[in-house]
Structure formats: C-alpha cells, structure tokens
Design a binder for this molecule. Structure first.
Ligand code: SF4
Length: 337
C-alpha cells in the first residue's frame, strides 16, 4: 500500500527528476503500454529508472485488479476491484466515458439507505489506489470524467483524494470540471478544494431540506444544516465557475412530499447549481423503497417548472446490484442466485 507521494520518492531514488516523474506517471495513469513511446522513454529516462520500470509498472497495476465486471443495459459496468491487500471496492464505468471511483473501504457516515455505510470504515484507500482504479478502467475503455461517488466519503480521506485529483487533473489528462468531488458536506472541504492547484467540481448530497430528518438519514455527517451546505456550495460555485450538483436520493414516502418540494424551491431557486434526483434502488437488506418512476418524473417536472433546474437520473447499472456497496456485500456472502 503506498501513496502518490511514496511513489514520487521511489522514482526520485531511481534518479528521476520532476519531468521524468511526470513522464512515468503519465504512462501509468493513461494506461499506456511501455512499448508505446519506448524510444522516447529510452532516450529520456535515466538508466536505473528504465531498468526498474517494468517491475514498477507491474506493481502499480497490482494496486487495483479486476475481480468481476457486471455490464448494465445502460452502457455502464460495475466493477469489483481488489486492492493490493485483498480488500475490495467498487468502481463503475459510466456511460459517456465516465468512471465512479471509491475513496474508502467502507464508510463512517452510516447513511441509513446505503449498504457501504453498514460496515463502518474498514480502511482508507490511498491516493495511488484511487489513481490505480482509473488506470484499471482505462485498460477497458476511455475515461474522460471521474466522479468520487463510489464507496466512502471523500472528505474523510481528504488529502489522499486531493493528491489523486491533482494527478488526474494534470498528467491524467482529465479536465478539472470533469473531476467531481462528492461529499455529504464538510466545512474542511470548501476551504481545501478552493486552495488546490486542480479545483474539481463539487457534488453535495442533500437528500432532504429538513435538518432533523437529515441527521436521522445521515447520522454521522458533519452538523451542517441543509441551508449551511447550500450557502457554502454557492460560494464555491461562484468562485470556480462550476455549478454545484445537489444530490437527492429519492426515497418513497420519506423525502418526496409536497413540503420537501416547497422547501427545495426556497433553498435552491436562483442558486448556481443543478438538482440531481436519483430514485433509490431497493435492496432486501434495507427498509427503504424506490418510488414509482412516473411519480419521480412528476416531482422533477414540478420543480423544474418552479425554477429549480432538476435532472432525474437513474443510478448507473441499477439492474446489476446497483446501489453503492452492494457488489462488495454480495461478494462477501454466499450467492443466493
Ligand atoms: Fe458513506 Fe456515501 Fe454510503 Fe453515505 S451514501 S454511507 S457517505 S458511502
């Protein structure tokens, strides 16, 4: 298990200067074979580094290896990924060259509707393991957008996620606004993201406008009210020029009432953001239900008419154990199917 900083130190010990390190990292993150640009590498890199490169690249590939791939009807594919120590996380290949990555094994926030939250935090995913998920996905297909919406709460592994974002936004060749940091809302995030050399777009998980209900649904999220979260989000959006993506998992009979819709209009109308409504995927282990699609469409339409830019989305690959943490949970149990 090592981080990007550890990798850079190892490269430096092999005689690499900053430009050499960037060259090697680019090969890794962009999943280029060593045969590609071989002459240039031979001409450019110090001998000790060149000699060590095949073993080093194999070691980097070993940071994230594919266990299972489950293609969905929508063009997505859910990947169960093994990390170097045998722990597993999920990545999701999204339609239109996107990838959703995991930043933790398990998660400490404990959202009531999430399978990942049930295990608590098992361990952090290192910055190199985050980048390795992208390199692994790129060996399957192009990746032009990376969203940090897989297992884990990125703000609880903030420095590692920011280190990975910096690599992806530079040598990883991914546009900064196509890197999406997703969080339940943590005061440290708003300050830290604005300071980095690569400023990602921001997704904020709102799920309800009611403070008490939010505390129930997201029991260990930082104590920010929905209004605090939107205020901080609005400042970040104006500073970066990227709209905030407000996430709303639609739970039947829980957060889909008219009172919520009125409060959403008060909270979000005129804000620089978009509301993504994602109907929940029911799982037998958890007590929440997926709302009817027509009802969800009606809610999105009514919000849109009242001035809140609202998009109704289905979570990718929802036909293949689609909720976050479900593949991992299934892999840990004997299969019933
Ligand atoms: Fe953690 Fe996200 Fe699951 Fe909540 S929804 S428990 S923040 S992984």
């Amino acid at each position: 298990m090592f981080s990007i900083a550890d990798l850079e130190q190892r490269l430096a010990a092999l005689g690499a200067n900053a430009a050499h390190r960037q060259r090697v990292m680019r090969h890794w993150v962009q999943a280029l074979p060593l045969t590609q640009g071989r002459r240039q590498l031979e001409h450019y890199l110090p001998h000790a580094l060149l000699a060590a490169l095949p073993a080093l690249m194999a070691e980097l590939e070993g940071l994230a290896t594919l266990v299972e791939s489950h293609p969905g009807a929508d063009g997505s594919a859910r990947l169960l990924v093994r990390l170097g120590d045998g722990q597993t996380v999920e990545s999701v290949l999204l339609p239109r060259d996107g990838l959703c990555v995991s930043s933790q094994v398990g998660c400490a926030v404990g959202c009531q509707f999430c399978m990942t939250g049930r295990d608590g935090l098992i361990r952090q995913v290192t910055s190199a393991e985050i980048v390795a998920q992208v390199a692994l996905a790129r060996r399957q297909r192009a990746v032009k957008k990376v969203v940090f919406m897989g297992m884990g709460e990125p703000s609880h592994n903030l420095e590692a996620v920011m280190e990975a974002i910096e690599v992806l936004g530079t040598v990883g060749n991914i546009g900064h606004k196509n890197l999406v940091f997703s969080t339940v809302g943590d005061p440290r995030v708003f300050e830290r993201l604005a300071r980095g050399p690569v400023k990602p777009a921001l997704a904020l998980s709102l799920h309800t406008t009611k403070d008490a209900l939010r505390r129930e649904l997201l029991p260990r999220a930082p104590r920010l009210t929905p209004a605090d979260i939107v205020d901080a989000g609005e400042r970040y959006a104006r500073e970066t020029g990227y709209p905030i993506q407000y996430q709303w998992t639609l739970l039947d009979g829980v957060n889909d009432g008219d009172d919520e819709l009125d409060a959403i209009v008060t909270l979000l109308k005129g804000k620089y953001g978009v509301l993504n409504m994602i109907p929940y995927n029911s799982v037998p282990e958890l007590p929440f239900q997926r709302p009817d699609w027509d009802k969800a469409r009606d809610i999105a339409r009514r919000l849109h008419q009242r001035g809140v830019l609202t998009k109704l989305r289905d979570s990718a690959g929802q036909d293949v154990d689609g909720g976050c943490g479900q593949l991992r949970a299934r892999a840990a149990q004997p299969r019933k199917r």
